[in-house]
Design a protein around this ligand. Sequence first.
Ligand code: ATP
Length: 366
Amino acid sequence: MARVTVDELRKEYDTGSVVAVNDLSLEIEDGEFVTVVGPSGCGKTTTLRMLAGLEEPTGGRIEIGGEDVTDVHAKNRDVAMVFQNYALYPHKTVFENMEFGLRMSTDLSEAEREARVAETAEMMDIEELLEDKPDELSGGQKQRVALGRAIVREPDLFLFDEPLSNLDAKLRTTMRAEIQRLQNELGITAVYVTHDQHEAMTMGDRIVILDGGELQQQGRPTDVYERPVNGFVGGFIGSPSMNFVDVDVEPDGDRLHLTGRDGEFAYDLSGAYVDRHADDLESSRYTLGVRPENVTVADGAANAIATTVDVVEPVGSDNFLHLGLSDEFIARVDSDVRLEPGDRVTIAFDESDVHLFDAETGRNVL
Ligand code: ATP
């Protein structure tokens, strides 16, 4: 296994008019499972392909296991990649698919190769499939084979490019758990690209969030969830998404008074809390962010906000209440909170759950 260093990695296309990856720097520890997430076009795949050696960087450096591999050809990097479309050889059997890479990249004897394939097939529970061709397999089986083919080579680094996107929801959950089991058993170093923030949050030791080719934030999933550095990360991580309300902020005695710019919204933050947590508040225009799960329906609570229920969306254990506070403001409440569209409600949330994003820079100041 190997530590990976990415230093100011850059990729431009079309003679510089598209900057797909903008001076990205990352350290990935030996045995760490890092998920890379962001919206379509944020540069995830390009980053991964540069790590694999399939795309030549415009600038910057990549080190794998202490070796500068920036100019090393893909086939000479000790890296295995698992693709969304499985990329199995259609005319080879499962055994041949798994054994072929070993033959190309190691000088193991035939008997050693067969033993390795057998061992990996057992680990992946695909022993029964070894004589089958890919088109005889289900999507889930194909992806197990693709994983097995990567694992059998015992590479320094595993790269996953949206490997579960073609599977149905149930199978995706099973395969997620499977990959996590392998990660624990084998202690693999992995970079896992996905557009699915839930997948990124649940699988990663660390999550890296990109937007527009630039690193937005990296950290443990819970830290990123609790302390998003900017409005983009706040809105991208979490489902349903964080609620945003544009507010004007002004001091009011020992409190900070927040007034909605587009409607009936008022909220007070205590001066003591702001002093403890906030950076300097340099402007008066901010966007307040609060997560749906932190909003409660509470009559008579301090700092309560009166509003109207627009839509009630039952999702089983919870109800999502769409409220008339901004374009999209959702409270996630217990399903036994019985409300109808048109009802007036009072909602509340704790100041410790409030984020305040600078209206111009997007930076979280609280
Ligand atoms: P998706 O989730 O849609 O695959 P992504 O985050 O993986 O997106 P990339 O595929 O890395 O994003 O693309 C990043 C940017 O680079 C996009 O603007 C894309 O249009 C551009 N791009 C990628 N490959 C090329 C190419 N070969 N030529 C020109 N532009 C490209």
